[in-house]
Design a protein around this ligand. Structure first.
Ligand code: ARG
Length: 403
């Protein structure tokens, strides 16, 4: 029997060339696996390409629901942003793709899993770490990393072996799913170069945005959005809807310098209208229902959570430990948040919750105030006590030295 390898397959040039190369170099049959995480590709066409490139069997797996509920929802609860900016779209999808790939490999009796990641990025680490944890007996093969071919060499190889490929559609390397579109390389490699409008598909250029402002109202239960503009929706529909509404107002582009796991600084551009808007709204609602102490502590936990996800350690037990704390705070993150959108800007203009800690009686400056202002005198006396003592001692020292 010919040994088999399961390959994570996008239908692009890298993975199509990898398919053939795996057959030749490893004398193996290749089972291809494409996970639908909302990347809006023609999955029939991908399946056909796999067949034409010599694939033994192809799997298209719908992972959208699992992706939203088990990966995106925890990220919303954690306000997941790597280095304060990147909503982790690509990073969140990788462990799920690896999991499905391993499942197919086991079902098909494969001895190895393969992916098309390069040796310079984060994705290889995410695939490797997750697959190895789920099944240490599976060998991991990364043809691009091992083979080290340039794009021109790949094109030549594809022509020689009659591998179907579409001429490069864009100047960029794109990875997309429901939670965002990651745009890399090409002219964007120069961090001083402004991304041209043609790089974007989800966020409208300013010239095409409406001249009047729009609103988006999100309702949260248990820290995740359950309805948008008064309509209850499942996670997939809601994220699609928010992407469309927010993107139509020119909101949702993230452009930053990112520290990759392998030590490289890279310029990364993302379109993530839903992620940007939902996290902003979620964060705002948390400020209404959580205490200052909870917010401060959660603010320390969040970057740790984002780091584990970014760095490929989805399987790390610490993530679950952090989520135990995060989830305990989220039981009260319930209510409505209204966002105002206009020409590339987004602002929370209204929030309300049955668990609100906001007490108008305390906050008001009118005569109805229930706050006892006299109590503040003793408070400030004691609040500044230790600092005042230290300040006085320091001032006296300086004065003595000067005289
Ligand atoms: N820098 C992002 C990350 O590491 C995005 C990677 C995008 N990958 C791609 N093939 N374009 O998660």
């Amino acid at each position: 029997m010919i040994p088999k390898i399961a390959l994570a397959y996008s239908g692009g040039l890298d993975t199509s060339v990898a398919l053939k190369w795996l057959q030749e170099k490893y004398d193996s049959e290749v089972v291809t696996v494409t996970l639908d995480v909302g990347q809006l590709e023609d999955f029939k066409e991908i399946e056909e390409k796999s067949r034409q490139s010599g694939g033994l069997k192809h799997y298209t797996i719908d992972g959208k629901k699992e992706f939203i509920e088990d990966y995106v929802f925890p990220s919303i609860r954690a306000n997941g942003l790597y280095e304060g900016k990147y909503p982790l779209g690509t990073a969140l999808a990788r462990p799920l793709i690896a999991k499905k790939l391993v499942e197919v490999a086991e079902k098909e009796d494969c001895y190895a899993v393969a992916h098309g990641c390069t040796g310079k990025g984060n994705d290889q680490i995410r695939f490797d770490v997750t697959s190895l944890a789920l099944n240490p007996d599976l060998k991991i093969i990364a043809p691009v990393r091992e083979w080290n071919l340039s794009r021109d060499q790949e094109v030549e190889y594809a022509k020689k072996h009659k591998i179907p490929f579409s001429p490069k559609k864009s100047a960029y390397s794109i990875d997309q799913n429901l939670w965002g579109r990651s745009i890399e390389s090409g002219p964007l490699e120069d961090p001083s170069f402004e991304p041209p409008e043609e790089a974007f598909e989800w966020v409208k250029p300013m010239s095409e945005t409406p001249d009047t402002s729009g609103y988006l109202e999100l309702e949260f239960t248990n820290g995740v959005p359950v309805s948008a503009d008064g309509r209850e929706m499942d996670g997939i529909e809601l994220v699609n809807y928010v992407n469309q509404v927010v993107g139509s107002h020119g909101v949702g582009i993230v452009d930053h310098i990112e520290d990759r796991l392998v030590g490289i600084k890279s310029r990364e551009v993302y379109e993530a209208p839903a992620a940007v808007a939902i996290i902003e709204a979620h964060r705002d609602l948390e400020k209404l229902v959580l205490t200052r102490n909870q917010l401060v502590f959660k603010g320390q936990v969040e970057p740790q959570w984002a780091w584990l996800v970014y760095s490929g350690l989805w399987i790390e037990p610490l993530r679950q430990d952090l989520e135990a704390f995060i989830d305990s705070t989220q039981t009260r993150v319930e209510g409505r948040v209204k966002l105002k959108l206009f020409k590339g800007s987004l602002r929370v203009v209204s929030r309300s919750s049955p668990y609100s800690l906001y007490d108008t009686g305390l906050a008001t400056y009118t005569t109805s105030s229930t706050f006892d202002q006299k109590a503040a005198v003793g408070f400030s006396e004691l609040w500044g006590l230790s600092s005042r003592v230290a300040y006085r001692v320091g001032v006296e020292k300086v004065e003595r030295r000067e005289s």
